[in-house]
Design a protein around this ligand. Structure first.
Ligand code: DI6
Ligand code: FE
Length: 403
């Protein structure tokens, strides 16, 4: 079969290329693509002769964006935490919930008890919800095993999802998520005798694309995270960090010193931390689902990110406790309404900047050389993607240039 048969020329569409101001929007656009990627994108009247003979696909005037990227999820996990959700709404305190066995430890218990097949089966409906919204790349963290066997099982399950669904999975080791119940009070011993050996084992099996940590008073200190990051760097793995979610421990600045791909949450980040991220090119990943769920009142410093040129990505943080949010489009609406991000910043946050937060240079924009992973929408203007609440205007996805 000749390559020409798989070449396509998309016509009669509006292309939000995300390459410049106003969404990089091209009215009456055309996009030439092959299974290897985008060859050309521009105004329909400028179509080069070399691609004019490609089979044409009329998109009926619809909007085309890069396929979406959810760059921060805990989508693989066992069980759910609906029970503690109900307990809290009936007035139970976080302490009472914890004493009743709630919180991360309850998800650890359920995840340790689940097989790889059970973890995959539980995650697939949540993955399908993201795919239905035009998502083509999902980052998936470990962090609910907190022992080597279960951390590796979570990462194997994450990798298998890419074999079962038309989606790319990027895995992140998050062994430094919490200290397990059996080592309560022995945080340093957990980092040194469980977390770091588990990281080495996961890397040796090819299961890790990046390394993360939870830097917080209820989790790990910058110094403890730094020990994990030192090993990640020695293994040639990029790092990212849950930082300044509930307090300011200087986590984001520490991550920036490691050249982190991203620092995530950031509600309590100060200007010194913003500057450190700007100097390092570390992406700020904004997570409105956790802010909303725990009813946080301090918003991340969006204006400081703008002033210092820190790129802002946006993600669901899909997890069973602090952010059981399964819609990236709703995350966009939340980021605008709760944090005053603009609709253009929100769309940039789930495409171009989300790709940067994962170290993916050939995703997130519509330019020659980028992957031909696109989303086609039944909307007149890109702002509609963040505007509606609980509505999915996706017409279809184009993955690998197959219109
Ligand atoms: N920050 C969070 O909000 C979640 N993990 C983290 O690092 C909490 C995850 C959970 O509640 O299960
Ligand atoms: Fe998270």
């Amino acid at each position: 079969m000749t390559m020409r048969q798989h070449n396509s020329l998309l016509t009669n569409c509006r292309a939000a290329t995300l390459t410049g101001p106003d969404y990089g929007l091209i009215e009456d656009a055309a996009i030439a693509m092959t299974p290897e990627g985008i060859l050309w994108a521009g105004h329909r009247q400028d179509i080069p002769a070399a691609v004019a003979a490609f089979p044409h696909h009329d998109l009926g005037g619809r909007l085309v964006t890069p396929a979406l990227i959810d760059c921060h999820t805990h989508v693989v996990h066992g069980g759910n935490r609906a029970g503690e959700f109900e307990m809290r709404l009936k007035g139970a305190t976080y302490e009472e919930v914890a004493r009743a066995g709630g919180g991360i430890v309850s998800t650890v218990r359920a995840t340790r008890a689940a097989s790889e097949e059970e973890l995959i089966a539980a995650a697939l409906p949540r993955v399908d919800a993201l795919i239905a919204e035009g998502v083509s790349v999902i980052e998936v963290k470990s962090g609910y095993g907190l022992d080597t066997e279960t951390e590796l099982r979570m990462l194997r399950a994450a990798r298998r999802i890419a074999d079962l669904r038309p989606v790319e999975i990027r895995t992140t080791f998050l062994g430094a998520h919490a200290t397990p119940a059996e080592m309560k009070g022995a945080d340093d011993a957990y980092i040194d005798t469980v977390c770091i050996p588990a990281l080495r084992a996961a890397h040796a099996e090819g299961l890790v694309d990046a390394v993360d940590g939870f830097c917080e008073g209820i989790a790990f200190s910058p110094a403890q995270i730094a020990r994990v990051f030192d090993v990640a760097c020695a293994l040639g793995l990029p790092v990212k960090l849950h930082a300044e979610q509930l307090s300011n421990l200087g986590g984001a600045a520490m991550a920036a010193r490691y050249g982190a791909l991203s620092a995530d949450h950031l509600e309590y980040l100060d200007e010194a931390g913003v500057r450190a991220m700007a100097d390092a090119g570390t992406v700020a990943v904004i997570l409105p689902g956790a802010f909303y769920t725990i009813r946080e009142t301090v918003a991340p410093p969006i204006a400081l990110f703008r002033a210092h040129g820190v790129q802002m990505a946006l993600a669901t943080d899909m997890n069973p406790g602090s952010s059981p949010l399964c819609s990236l489009l709703l995350a966009m609406n939340m980021a605008c309404t709760l944090f005053r991000m603009t609709p253009e910043e929100a769309l940039m946050g789930v495409t171009r900047h989300a790709a940067r937060a994962l170290g993916l240079a050939d995703r997130g924009t519509i330019v020659p050389g980028a992957r031909a992973d696109l989303a086609v929408w039944n909307v007149d203007h890109p702002a509609e993607l963040a505007y509606r609440i609980g509505f999915n205007p996706l017409h279809h996805r184009i993955i690998g240039g197959r219109a």
